[in-house]
Write a protein that binds this ligand. Sequence first.
Ligand code: ADP
Ligand code: MG
Length: 218
Amino acid sequence: MRLAAVTKRYGSGAQAVTALDAVTLGFAAGTFTAVMGPSGSGKSTLLHCAAGLERPTGGEVTIGGVALTGLRESALARLRREQVGFVFQSFNLVAALTAEQNVALPLRLAGHRPVELSGGQQQRVALARALITRPAVIFADEPTGALDSRTSREVLELLRALVDRHGQTVVMVTHDPVCAGYADRVVLLADGRLVDELAGDLSAQRITARMSRLESTC
Ligand code: ADP
Ligand code: MG
């Protein structure tokens, strides 16, 4: 997957917000990337554009060699269904369905209702739903933000295993340097721009140091 000079603007005129500003970034197959940056820096917008949930204002997103710009809505929806899994912090489970029906949703197959489950159980169902089709790319937007540390660790180990054992590609937004340490690489956003990239030693200490350097220069 690749983003080439991807720009996303919301609104127009004096109200316009540039949420993403010409971001160029490759995501090799079978790698785990953590996306970090201050609130409002464009992390969610980056995920939404990369996953084909939103169309960029400029630039190009390519998934599996297919440029998304040229696709009609129906082809884009099919590519998303077949290649992409998305996990949100708020789970996005359908309250009217059982946990099993939520998991089966992407396969259009028709117990417990999600509201009767704990946060950790709901996130497992959301993960199962995102993963059941074995998507090539999995996007997770602060998937552990609402979880206790033990359940967070389970979710992160699962994402790591998808990359290591199944060669899937994971892109995860997180605020937590410890969570980011499960990735192969950390990319840092500020004001919609890609401002730093770390690989190798992803200790919480090193990530925190880079982030604070970023804050002091802005
Ligand atoms: P992050 O996930 O890093 O907190 P976002 O990608 O959600 O940041 O937002 C980046 C910027 O774009 C922010 O200034 C936000 O207010 C703005 N933004 C995001 N979504 C919309 C929208 N649908 N309409 C208008 N502005 C938006
Ligand atoms: Mg966000």
